[in-house]
Design a protein around this ligand. Sequence first.
Ligand SMILES: [Zn+2]
Length: 119
Amino acid sequence: MIKKYLFYLFRWQLSTPILALVLWALRGYNDWIVTIIANLLGGLVFFWVDRIIFKVEYRNPLWEIKDDIVCVNCGKICKGYRLVKTSNYDRLNDKHPEFRCATCSEEKIKQLNNRGVIV
Ligand SMILES: [Zn+2]
């Protein structure tokens, strides 16, 4: 975490040239307007940089487990499993999450692996 924090502080320093350049180019204009423009330009650039810095890596798959679900495959009422997120699979905002029993869940994972949907 400290490494990421130090990198983020360094990243903030990279915005200095943008700020300085805009302040220089628009000298004589209202300080508030110039600062807003500089921050807007910085935001356009560093949104993408910050997105990379704060990207969460999922080394292990994230699962959601619920009691008393109806398995979408076999209809069994039991504890249900749902694969939510892996490094290349994202169902965090799934509006209609599907839960499966342990057996059907294992089968679904095999299918996803075979189709290369998850790694
Ligand atoms: Zn099932």
